[in-house]
Design a binder for this molecule. Structure first.
Ligand code: FEO
Ligand code: CA
Ligand code: CA
Length: 645
């Protein structure tokens, strides 16, 4: 779908009431220096070096770019395998069904997959990938733990069935074991990564693992179920999308589209339960997956409080398999895309997380107590005590973090909030009441270690500006936003615990010949097309790397992986680094500390087709497609994206 230039849309102009064009907005966000660089100021156009070239200097010498990015952007080929630039190679590290211990046989037979078997094998639909060095606390780059989220299942690709409703009880149980997380020990030797199959820390956390509930919702009336009558624990984690790591070496796994698991919400009797179910999008009748046909706890009529056990951030310690995972309810309940921590200059831990749904919000949590880098034990419960905020992006480029605290402002009993537990459980409702800004599906949010700015990825929102829906605004500037955008935030005083910030648009995605696109002011004729940005990370120089989800629909291109500098004369110069396989999205970008390997998760290859007739049988060439983590390295062993740096 081709994006429209929103300044041409009369609905937008009348809604804003100010007659601003997109160009006006951009101009205010850009310094004159940026405009000069981009050649946008008449008479001051600057010559831009060709893509892939290094800049020639006045002394005639060619020097490496200060960004370190010198690969030639890909020309996509829609081939059978992952495509990387000349000078790079990719390899499979671990696939759905690969054994994670001696309890699983080497041979993987999806047609005979049992729940018990899946529970000791790598799960499905890998998303977040974290590389946790071994030993813990080191900067080792050739030995570590891959912690991988398994977001959801594609039963129609995993089993020879027409739809999820045709699954047997045993297949449904296997699907529940295929979600959650994997901890996989990996090692690099002679330039190749391999799984340490008998690694002592290898394990699965699944939708049936015991989990402790902590924070304000612990023990609340609404957390009590038949299996967990005191509301202090729950069964499993699922729809684990992206995640983050903590400074003390744990992983914060984000539960996203849990609402798709729950059906029969129309049977809910309690008014509070009904309000929450509607706001969070539980299935009124059958769920998307229809697993409630076999599992009573997914049927709201039978277990009305079970949905309150999901939509949280779950802390898992990959280094300690005996430490029971914790759901940190102080961080709020919504469709968490990710959970990114940052230590402020004052030593406090803050956490950013987006609610990935149309017109939902961007959140930040500031821990009450400082982080102690010398004492891991005292950091254990930091995430249970602090203030949850939600973002308001003002039209003038300022922004405010609005506290979600029981008793403050509208968050009172009159509006259905009896306690902080209610605020946490119904964070979406609380955020709406305090006046948060409705965003275009906030996905990943990450802090750039080089400039400490916060990058918020809005993947798309085709309902923006539709009848009865919120109109475009400055932070979400496009009608029927099919391609998404990225916002750059500078916290006030460079303090990530601050309650105000400045923001600007960094990128408005799409085909570069679409005048509605914007690449931080860089000459758009010199950049790669991109749509639906999702997960991001930064290399050692602070360049932004972007993985996409949804380009096949939005741009008729495969999803891929891109790099773009955020500083200097090449700010905004986006280049495609990798093209994925048919039907897949690209997730989990993660560099090793030495910057010489990037791990990517290839999620749902072949999605849109079926087990019996898949559009791809990647990576094996036979059997069903298998979601897999890949590693990309330079053939010369150098840093990813750069020449010998
Ligand atoms: Fe699971 Fe928002 O992507
Ligand atoms: Ca995602
Ligand atoms: Ca996504």
């Amino acid at each position: 779908m081709k994006a429209r230039h929103w300044e041409d849309d009369p609905a937008v102009r009348s809604d804003q009431g100010i007659g601003d064009t997109f160009g006006d907005v951009i101009a205010r966000r850009l310094s004159r220096r940026d405009l000069l660089r981009a050649g946008l100021v008449a008479g001051f156009g600057v010559a831009l070096t060709g893509i892939g070239d290094s800049p020639a200097h006045a002394d005639g010498q060619v020097r490496p770019s200060p960004t370190g990015l010198d690969f030639a952007p890909l020309t996509p080929s829609k081939g059978p395998d992952v495509l990387v630039p000349a000078g790079y190679r990719s390899q499979i590290v671990v696939r759905w069904g690969d054994p994670l211990g001696p309890g699983a046989s080497d041979a993987f037979d999806p047609a005979a997959l049992t729940p018990r078997d899946q529970a000791v094998r790598f799960g499905y639909n890998c998303d977040f990938v974290g590389f946790m060095p071994l030993p813990r606390g080191s900067r080792t780059s050739d030995h570590g733990l891959l912690v991988v989220n398994h977001e959801y299942v594609n039963p129609e690709l995993m089993f020879p069935v027409e739809s999820p409703g045709d699954l047997t009880r045993e297949q449904v149980d296997a699907c529940m074991e295929a979600m959650g997380l994997s901890v996989v020990e990996v090692r690099r030797a002679a330039g190749r990564w391999s799984v340490v199959v008998d690694g002592a820390r290898n394990r699965r956390v699944t939708a049936t693992t015991s989990v402790i509930i902590t924070g304000p919702a612990r023990g609340d009336e609404r957390m009590k179920t038949s299996d967990h009558p005191d509301g202090t624990s729950c069964t499993g984690t699922m729809h684990n999308c992206s995640a983050g790591t903590t400074p003390w070496g744990t992983v914060l796994s984000a539960e996203e589209n849990f609402q798709d698991m729950f059906g029969n919400a129309s049977a809910l009797m309690d008014a509070r339960d009904r309000r929450s179910a509607q706001r969070y999008g539980l299935g009124e009748n059958e769920s998307v997956y229809r697993f409630e046909r076999h599992l009573d706890r997914l049927d709201c009529g039978k277990e009305p409080h079970e949905p309150y056990h999901f939509g949280w951030v779950v802390e898992v310690d990959p280094y300690d398999r005996d430490w029971t995972p914790r759901k940190r309810t102080a961080l709020g309940r919504f469709r968490h895309e990710a959970a990114t921590t940052h230590v402020t200059r004052g030593g406090k831990v803050v956490l950013y997380s987006g609610d990935d749904a149309r017109f939902e919000y961007v959140y930040k949590f500031v821990c009450a107590r400082p982080y102690d880098p010398r004492n891991r034990a005292v950091n254990r419960d930091l995430l249970d005590d602090g203030i949850l905020y939600v973002a308001r992006f003002n039209e003038d480029g300022s922004g405010d973090w609005l506290p979600l605290v029981h008793g403050r402002g509208p968050l009172t009993e009159d509006n259905g909030f009896r306690s902080q537990a209610d605020v946490a459980i119904d964070a979406r409702i609380a955020a709406h009441l305090v006046g948060a800004t409705k965003m275009d599906r906030p996905e990943d949010i990450e802090v750039n270690p080089a400039n400490r700015k916060v990058y918020v990825v809005c993947t798309n929102n085709v309902d923006r500006g539709a009848d009865g829906k919120a109109k475009p605004d400055r932070p979400n500037p496009r009608v029927r936003n099919a391609h998404g955008h990225i916002i750059e935030i500078a916290e006030a005083g460079d303090d990530h615990a601050a309650t105000s910030f400045r923001w600007e648009l960094f990128m408005v995605c799409g085909e570069p010949d679409d005048p509605a696109t914007y690449f931080a002011g860089f000459d758009r004729s010199q950049v790669s097309p991109i749509s639906c940005p999702d997960n991001i990370c930064f290399d050692r120089r602070g360049n932004l790397w972007i993985a996409t989800d949804g380009q096949e629909k939005a741009l008729d291109r495969r999803d891929g992986f891109y790099a773009v500098p955020v500083a200097g004369p090449e700010r905004g110069r986006l280049r495609q680094f990798m093209e994925s396989v048919e039907g897949s999205e690209v997730c989990g970008p993660e560099f090793t500390p030495d910057g010489k390997t990037v791990f990517l998760a290839i999620q749902h290859p072949g999605e849109g087709s079926t087990f019996s007739n898949p559009t791809t049988r990647w990576p094996d060439g036979s059997g069903p497609p298998r979601p897999s983590v890949i590693a990309i390295q330079a053939e010369n062993g150098g840093v990813i994206g750069g020449r010998g740096t």
